[in-house]
Design a protein around this ligand. Structure first.
Ligand SMILES: [Zn+2]
Length: 138
């Protein structure tokens, strides 16, 4: 694939997580920024075994505060692209993981490092609060 910043062709290493791929020439992240959608089926690989720290958003479409913080999470995923994975899990569609992560009340933001939850925020927080909590995993 071509590097989005310097347009050098790069080959992706299939054994590595594509979200962490960087251009061999300029070091820019090769994959587009933005939150990734995770499910019960991909949670283990995308979140628990991620080598990047993860900000996990447990949300549901009917939850107003979840919609309020969605743009904040998009901004953070762009700002910390290549250093952090922002993942979104719909608790209605993925009850198994929602139960595992004890998502009694949403929005629930979990901060994970090496597959371990090291911080959490329950409810809709302003951007600067979320970003401050994020520093614990970066
Ligand atoms: Zn490049």
């Amino acid at each position: 694939m071509y590097c989005p910043s310097c347009h050098t062709p790069n080959r992706l290493d299939p054994s590595k997580d594509p979200q962490e791929a960087r251009c061999g020439k300029c070091g820019a992240p090769l994959t587009p920024a933005g939150p990734v959608v995770v499910t019960d089926g991909t949670f283990d690989q995308m979140v628990l075994r991620s080598t990047l720290p993860v900000l996990l958003d447990l949300w549901a479409p009917w939850c107003g505060p979840c919609r309020t913080i969605a743009p904040i999470l998009e901004d953070l995923s762009r700002k910390y692209h290549g250093r952090l994975r922002v993942a979104k899990l719909n608790v209605d569609e993925n009850p198994y993981t929602a139960r595992q992560m004890e998502a009694m009340s949403i929005p629930l933001l979990l901060f994970l490092k090496g597959g371990t939850v090291v911080g959490k925020l329950v409810g809709a927080y302003p951007a600067h609060e979320i970003e401050r909590a994020l520093q614990s995993v970066l």
